[in-house]
Write a protein that binds this ligand. Structure first.
Ligand SMILES: [Zn+2]
Length: 174
């Protein structure tokens, strides 16, 4: 019996449009779309280099975390420190200074303290949030270490008295 050609032809899958995601530059606040797979990219406006590592954190985490990617805190996560990210979904404990350039999602098991700044907030019933919360289209620059308040006085020559009027202006580092 001769071999019959298969009735169903297998075509290669049509190319799908690359998945994009909207990200924001913390330096100049420009919003732009990148491929979902991109890990590092330069801001098209100010050329600031940005890293987009997606992270999942579980267990005890102490210290600073900075990525423009999506950070997920599992329900066993307990994070203390400065967290700066492109988007955050938390089911765990978070205490510190948090800046989210996209959406902050508080799941029902999340317990959140500290200071939160985000572009958008999505809070599920059951979540506990006892934080100073700021929702704004412009979350501003990432939190920097507390600037030394005495720098200007220290820079004065010893024989010059410190300025008597006005407070020293602290210019945040960009
Ligand atoms: Zn920029």
């Amino acid at each position: 019996m001769p071999l019959r050609p298969p009735l169903v032809a297998f075509h290669p899958a049509a190319p799908r449009p690359p998945q994009r995601r909207r990200v924001y530059c913390p330096s100049c606040r420009h919003g732009f779309d990148i491929s979902r797979r991109a890990v590092t990219v330069r801001c098209p406006r100010c050329t600031h280099p940005l890293a987009f590592d997606d992270l999942r954190l579980d267990g005890q985490v102490q210290g600073d975390v900075t990525t423009m990617g999506h950070v997920e805190l599992g329900d066993t996560a307990s994070v203390r420190g400065r967290l700066t990210c492109g988007a955050l979904t938390t089911a765990g404990r978070l205490d510190g200074d948090t800046v989210v350039y996209g959406t902050l999602a508080l799941l029902d098991t999340a317990k959140t303290h500290g200071r939160l700044t985000a572009r958008a907030l999505d809070a599920q019933p059951g979540t506990q949030c006892e934080a100073y919360v700021r929702i704004t289209p412009d979350p501003g620059p990432p939190p920097t270490p507390r600037p030394p308040t005495r720098t200007l006085e220290k820079m004065q020559p010893a024989d010059k008295p410190p300025p008597r009027h006005g407070l020293p202006r602290v210019v945040p580092k960009v």
